[in-house]
Design a protein around this ligand. Structure first.
Ligand code: GLC
Length: 447
């Protein structure tokens, strides 16, 4: 009789064991592995946050941080090469603000608009940072950190020689630099980035803007509430007296020995090293340098350093800094499960606690407006207090799906002009021609 009962229950047992088997195999499923690509971080905060995320998501998601090149240009190439590979590895990555138009137009990254509106409110973000993640009515990235360039100066030395305020004009900077270089036997007055790369473009733009010039017009950004539209720059305006004056100023800094001839090979690293070792009175840099100053054990410390706006050619005119920064994007090629995991990771990195940690440990500027209202944070990260104002005057580099064609031309010509190979008037004239040719090519191609 028992045998009979047993036999009749057999199908039930086998279904039950199948369910148990399925359940246990579900439970033992490997976590979703995702690869996150982002540039190096001297303050080791990225690794710290990735480890924390992995611990909190043990068994579900594991992120592997693949460190990309420091320079944005090489970083971009690495990502493009990965996307073109037979088996691409990068699932989620940090994207420079200048890549949004390019990657968005290529459709190589996920259009995040829908998820974004589900999980975020665009108005919670610094407007400029939000714009930089948007292209052609779509949101392609979540703003991770923002950058506005500034001048770092030796507050201790300025005070020592009776300069009570940082320089407002280039002329004032030259006077201060000359005095301090002579008295203190310092090799450099002002270090900046003049190499043939993207940082050179940012510096070139600033010399132009701070002399009253412009590079392009009609390349409006989409605002967070989609009130605008991106256009291919329709008017190239670089060939002007103001741009020429701005370029001439840059060359003059070298001719007068305020900036070393070597700035033609300088990127962020070289300029920062010179400043941190106490070799320069002034340096142009991004906010992240502040984190390095806080950690600096070499020579210059935070008490000796002040921050200020980039000088202008004529007193009384506004100072503009170049808008930089990085957004988090998801590669289009990656699987649905990985996309989901990547979105979790993006939400973690961009949430207020993690942005706060980055600001405190690395001096990177948050993209969430609310953090700029936290008095204690502003007190601990003075660069944030300064940037709160400065970001209002940050300008974007030309916004275009073809930015990667415009940008090398600007970098090369600026670099040659700095090196004295071509005159400032020729540099702006040549750039006008080159940029117009590129614009025309694409305008024609679009019709
Ligand atoms: C910083 C900025 C980025 C810029 C780059 C230039 O990383 O955030 O926008 O393109 O510097 O070197």
């Amino acid at each position: 009789m028992y045998k009979k009962i047993y036999q009749s229950l057999l199908p039930f047992f086998s279904v039950l064991s199948l369910i148990l088997l399925l359940f246990s195999s579900c439970n033992n499923q490997d976590p979703v592995q995702i690869t996150f690509a982002a540039g190096p971080d001297e303050t080791e905060t990225i690794q710290y946050l990735v480890d924390k995320f992995n611990k909190e998501n043990k068994g579900n998601i594991q992120v592997d941080w693949r460190q990309t090149a420091r320079s944005t240009n090489e970083n971009f190439e690495e990502i493009q090469t990965d996307f073109d590979a037979t088996n691409p590895e990068i699932d989620v990555f940090a994207s420079d603000v200048i890549w949004t138009g390019v990657l968005g137009a290529q459709a190589s990254v996920e259009d995040l608009s829908k998820q974004f509106y589900n999980d975020y409110n665009p108005r919670d973000f610094v407007q400029a940072a939000m714009n930089s993640a948007t292209y052609n009515f779509s949101i392609y990235g979540v703003p991770w950190f923002t950058d506005a360039a500034m001048i770092y100066y030796r507050k201790d030395l300025l005070t020592k020689y009776g300069f009570t305020k940082p320089p407002v004009t280039w002329e004032e900077l030259q006077t201060m630099a000359k005095t301090i270089m002579e008295q203190e036997n310092m090799p450099y007055g002002y270090v900046f980035q003049g190499d043939k790369y993207e940082g050179g473009v940012a510096n070139a733009c600033e010399f132009i803007w701070n002399a009253g010039g412009q590079i392009t017009m009609d390349n409006l950004s989409v605002s967070a509430d989609f009130g605008g539209e991106h256009f291919e720059p329709s008017i190239i305006t670089i060939d002007s007296k103001a741009s020429e004056d701005g370029f001439r100023m840059a060359r003059q800094l070298i001719e007068e020995g305020i900036s070393p001839e070597a700035v033609v090979n300088y990127r962020e690293l070289e300029a920062t090293n010179a400043f941190l070792l106490g070799k320069a009175v002034f340096m142009r840099g991004w906010p992240g340098v502040y984190g390095q100053i806080l950690k600096n054990k070499n020579s210059v410390n935070a008490k000796q350093v002040g921050i200020s706006s980039i000088p202008v050619l004529k007193a009384g005119t506004p100072s503009y800094s170049c808008l930089g920064g990085w957004n988090l994007m998801i590669a289009n090629h990656t699987s649905a499960a990985k996309k989901e995991a990547a979105w979790e990771f993006i939400q973690y990195l961009t949430a207020a606690p993690q942005q706060r940690t980055r600001a405190l440990r690395s001096g990177t500027l948050p993209t969430l407006k609310a953090l700029y209202e936290e008095e204690q944070l502003l007190a601990e990260v003075p660069v944030m207090r300064f940037a709160k104002q400065e970001i209002q005057n940050a300008r974007s580099r030309p916004v275009s799906a073809h930015y990667m064609e415009y940008s090398p031309e600007i970098a090369i010509i600026f670099n040659q002009m700095l090196g004295g190979e071509i005159l400032p008037e020729y540099a702006v004239f040549a750039l006008q021609e080159y940029l117009e040719d590129i614009r025309l090519d694409h305008t024609v191609a679009n019709h």
